[in-house]
Design a protein around this ligand. Structure first.
Ligand SMILES: NC(=O)c1ccc[n+]([C@@H]2O[C@H](COP(=O)([O-])OP(=O)(O)OC[C@H]3O[C@@H](n4cnc5c(N)ncnc54)[C@H](O)[C@@H]3O)[C@@H](O)[C@H]2O)c1
Length: 390
């Protein structure tokens, strides 16, 4: 392969930071050829801003590229992936890897629908993606940026050196509510805080625990059971809306909590919500038998600045979802780097070019889907412990 030709499906928030990440790739020849999305105006604006081609259809774009990078809402992940895989393209799939997006009926309400049925169908969806990749001998990479975040990668280095046993992990991703129009509606997003946010610390936790076992004795350690609770706090009759949190949720939760046990009996806890002011709140703490690590993804205090008047920092980027720039803040020094976006695309490009496995691949995506939808089953049963099917 002379160079990897990439086509981006989608022209929104994720498409932009993916394109920026391709620009930083080194040692591997790669070109973002173009992008496609159903909204013409948005597609053409981003394409012209980034100097890439705007394709009217995904089918057209697929013919000109080696890899489709899927940056569209969750409900379209499987469809776009299978179309690309069937045409012989490798795929990168944004989070959530896949899920359950309704039975097609107008009456479908995710928060009222059987979670066991959802779990079964979400796993079938992952199965179909796997089968298509196997058939076309192509790669599926799962764009879970937390795996590539410098703080999580540093913990891997520490585990490699200490051969530590992780006893407990706790992590969170929360903020004041997603910007995306598709968020809040189960049939587009596949769930609420659990699927949209908890997926990040959850996947990092699954990855770390797997690595721990692998580094010590060549065999990963997987999850065994999950218990969970979800809530719809901003839709409580008692909620007093002061206008700072997003509230336009239809049938998804805005708070989720998961407790996971692993096959070696150790545990992890994950929190996610749409209830947190002050910017994206992303962190993970590792308690091992021989070390303890706090991974901070956001905020990261590279610097602190005091701003007496909101408009003084009008043109200065501070951090995602900060809300207000007045007073003390900790502007992100390079959010894409801290989030692991550049490192993720670098790993994916190397994996395609040199024919090796990516650190975050199909199996990790599938495992995350299994834990998330099993967590919904648990929440439906009032927090009962649910064993993860093999
Ligand atoms: N890893 C991260 O930190 C992160 C951050 C944000 C979003 N995401 C993920 O990226 C994906 C896109 O999210 P976003 O925030 O960019 O959303 P967005 O709403 O900003 O953009 C979505 C884009 O997809 C297009 N689209 C919608 N339906 C489509 C379809 N059926 N086929 C093709 N294109 C379609 C839209 O026209 C739009 O251009 C989601 O899976 C989301 O979960 C990941």
């Amino acid at each position: 392969m002379e160079k990897i030709r990439v086509g981006i499906a989608g022209a929104g928030f994720a498409a932009r930071f993916h394109i920026e990440s391709y620009r930083r790739v080194y040692r591997v020849p790669v070109e973002v050829v173009g992008l496609s999305s159903p909204t013409k105006e948005r597609r053409e604006r981003l394409a012209s801003e980034q100097g890439v081609q705007s394709y009217d259809s995904l089918q057209q774009m697929i013919k000109s590229v080696d890899l489709i990078d899927i940056c569209v809402p969750g409900y379209a992940h499987e469809k776009v992936a299978i179309e690309a895989l069937d045409a012989g393209c490798h795929v990168i799939i944004e989070k959530p890897f896949t899920g359950y997006y309704g039975d097609g009926s107008r009456e479908f309400r995710g928060n009222k629908f059987s979670k066991e049925a959802m779990l079964k169908e979400a796993l079938r969806s992952a199965e179909r993606i796997d089968a298509a990749a196997k058939k076309s001998h192509t790669k599926v990479m799962y764009a879970e940026n937390w795996v590539y975040s410098p703080s999580i990668q540093k913990e891997i280095e520490i585990l490699r050196s200490t051969k530590g046993q992780i006893l407990w992990m706790i992590g969170e991703e929360s903020h004041s509510g997603s910007h995306s129009d598709s968020y809040g509606n189960w049939s587009l997003s596949g769930g609420g805080s659990l699927v949209g946010k908890a997926c990040h610390p959850l996947t990092a936790i699954l990855y770390l625990k797997n690595q721990e076992g692998f580094l010590r004795n060549g065999k990963g350690i997987g999850p065994e059971s999950v218990s969970s609770n979800v809530h719809e706090i901003t839709r409580l009759p008692s909620f007093r809306d002061e206008g700072f949190l997003r509230t336009r949720y239809d049938d998804v939760e805005d708070y989720a909590q998961l407790h996971i046990t692993f096959t070696d009996g150790t545990v992890a806890d994950v929190f996610s919500s749409e209830l947190v002011l002050g910017g994206v709140h992303s962190w993970l703490e590792v308690f091992a038998n021989n070390h303890r690590t706090r991974c901070r993804l956001s905020p990261v205090e590279g610097l602190s600045t005091f701003n007496p008047k909101e408009e003084l920092l009008r043109d200065v980027y501070v951090m995602e979802k900060i809300g207000s720039k007045q007073g003390w803040s900790s502007p992100a020094l390079d959010e894409n780097w801290l989030n692991g976006y550049y490192q993720e695309i670098q790993d994916f490009m190397e994996s395609v070019y040199y024919g090796r496995d990516a650190q975050s691949g199909l199996e990790l995506g599938r495992e995350c889907v299994k834990v998330m939808y099993s967590a919904y089953v648990s929440a439906e049963r009032g927090g009962e412990k649910v064993r993860l099917s093999s």
